[in-house]
Ligand binder design. Structure first.
Ligand code: AMP
Ligand code: MG
Length: 326
């Protein structure tokens, strides 16, 4: 399936036939917008980095934010994230529903690096929409999905909103009519000692605090509550230094190549996409950065990557990785 030039986005009917067709598209690495109780999500199989890269391409997103992995049931969620007693309580109280839990990634979890933006955490939720859960179950794995709109546009609550932005850019929309909540899920991080409200949304702060029996740090007015260092870290950074726009790999450097520029050079070199394909490069970005970081070399030399299409998001992430850290 060439997702670059989709001509027509299918509108699939609610019901078993539409779900089956949508699931087949997801399993083949395609993109399907689907209804949740909050907004329409733009879904791809969370385990497939090329499919996840295609989400960013379809949305025209200039940066890689971690995506919420939508799961069909708590058993599936427990295979992806490490649940503590707070997570168990919140899941029991609010799932299915508009609450996303950010948890440490579980050993053997299937959500790919790119969907987690390279982080060791995973954002999970069970949507309260039967079509969505049916689709996720039929797809056979978690479905990564941001809102199904072009970057910078408002979130869609109707199939027509999705099509206005993404017709011809995605494979299908599963037609579930209007989304009742219309605002996004509340996001709570359980990575540190104190639970943190990362984003207010469909489940209230008070409701969450009542279930947890403690107050939430962060979000809303100023983030003035004490937050453990690193808890809000929103992007992966390699230990090694990063040198951008490298034309060659120097002594003591590992090479992160694009389009075969460093081909034949000695040393530790990985190519994001030997044939210069930006979707393939996005799919490989975080796993290759990690592998090169693990080589123990002092610095990673990165070949120039064109600032077009997904190249914008790739370069955004590489610039952050290259920025001096404290
Ligand atoms: P959305 O904008 O609805 O797609 O939600 C994405 C947001 O969920 C991100 O910007 C993060 O705040 C949060 N999130 C999702 N996955 C993770 C993760 N693995 N680690 C930390 N935060 C996450
Ligand atoms: Mg959005």
């Amino acid at each position: 399936m060439n997702r670059e030039d989709k001509r027509n986005t299918l509108l699939l009917p609610a019901g078993p036939g539409g779900i089956a067709e949508a699931a087949t598209i997801l399993r083949a690495g395609g993109l399907v917008a689907f209804p949740t109780e909050t907004v329409y999500g733009l879904g791809a199989l969370a385990s497939d980095p090329r499919a996840v890269a295609a989400i960013y391409r379809a949305k025209g997103r200039p940066s890689f934010n971690p995506l919420i992995a939508h799961v069909a049931d708590v058993g599936q969620a427990r295979r992806e994230g490490r649940f503590d007693s707070r997570a168990e309580k919140l899941a029991a109280a609010f799932w299915p529903g508009p609450l996303t839990l950010v948890l440490p990634v579980a050993q053997g979890g299937s959500v790919c690096d790119l969907a987690r933006a390279g982080l060791d955490s995973v954002g999970l939720r069970i949507p309260a929409n039967g079509l969505a859960r049916g689709l996720i179950a039929a797809a056979g794995g978690p479905v990564a999905a941001p809102s199904a709109n072009l970057s910078g546009h408002v979130s869609p609550a109707l199939p027509s909103h999705v099509l206005a932005d993404l017709n011809g850019r995605i494979d299908a929309v599963l037609n579930g009519g209007a989304c009742p909540v219309g605002v996004e899920s509340t996001i709570v991080s359980l990575l540190g000692e104190a639970p943190v409200l990362l984003r207010p949304g469909g489940v209230s702060r008070a409701g969450i605090e009542h279930v947890l029996g403690e107050s939430l740090a962060g979000a809303e007015e100023g983030i003035d509550a004490p937050v453990a260092p690193g808890q809000l870290a929103s992007h992966y950074a390699p230990r090694a230094g990063v040198r951008l726009d490298a034309l060659e790999v120097l002594e003591g450097e590992a090479g992160l190549d694009f389009g075969g520029r460093f081909a034949g050079a000695p040393g530790t070199i990985l190519d994001l996409s030997p044939r210069g394909d930006l979707t393939e490069a996005a799919a490989n970005l975080f796993s290759m950065l990690r592998l090169l970081d693990a080589s123990g070399l002092q610095r990673i030399a990165v070949a120039p990557i064109p600032q077009e299409g997904l190249g914008e998001a790739i370069n955004d992430r590489l610039r952050r990785a290259a920025a001096p850290r404290s």
